[in-house]
Design a protein around this ligand. Sequence first.
Ligand code: ATP
Length: 272
Amino acid sequence: SKAQLFDKGTRVNITFNDVAGLDEAKVEVMEIVDFLKNPKKYTSLGGKIPKGALLVGPPGTGKTLLAKAMAGEAQVPFFSMSGSDFVELFVGVGASRVRDLFKQAREKAPCIIFIDEIDAIGRARGKNVMMSNDERENTLNQLLVEMDGFGTDSGIIILAATNRPDVLDSALLRPGRFDRQISIDKPDLAGRQHIFEVHLKPIKTSPNLDIQKLASQTPGFAGADIANVCNEAALIAARKGKSQVEMEDFNDAVDRVIGGLEKKNKIISPEE
Ligand code: ATP
């Protein structure tokens, strides 16, 4: 069976309001959104619109969310694939899936293509432990061919995410490919507070919840961890039959998420 390895131009209704913190990154991606909305404004003086950008940062910090929000803001379809899904394919399949993806994207342009975990296919030669080198190179070469094959006025923006920009094949970073890098860092205290505010919206909380305190008790948490805390807290309170989620439920949820992070051997770096 020919399973789809990518999202086929989904419409998303996520906007920049759903993305908390990441203020500098937002400014940079807003420029790219404006390229998609008003290409002529930029090409009128002979300039070339960038084809894409690399979102660089640790897991769970909102790279996928930001890419989706760009599609939502520009009101264009969102195509996505994950580099790691290409790892176990038979020879030749990866390249043909990449070709399919770009073919469909061209038909629906203007649009955004998002490639998560691009390092899984975009590692410099000889450094990949997971995929056979031939297959990885075929897939990567096809991606480079596709990126070179469309003009800057085609209305396709390609975003890719990685937490290992250092291992990427330099061919990917050449001018006309992923020549812009946008860093997406773990949130600081204020960022965590904003992320809590976003994820607390749908939750029935007690009026004396101290969001600032929650933010200060969660150094090293990425946005995904904070989303997890909010959800866990709601489930913990519901299990106890409560009608609203209280501070103690959040504290329990924080402990639980820290336990999970430690199990995954993630380092919670001291901060502030
Ligand atoms: P990965 O590298 O693991 O794919 P990622 O950087 O793409 O991670 P996302 O998938 O975007 O991370 O984040 C997972 C979830 O965490 C989001 O769907 C959202 O609920 C929450 N989240 C992460 N960062 C933020 C943020 N800055 N603001 C609001 N929510 C966030």
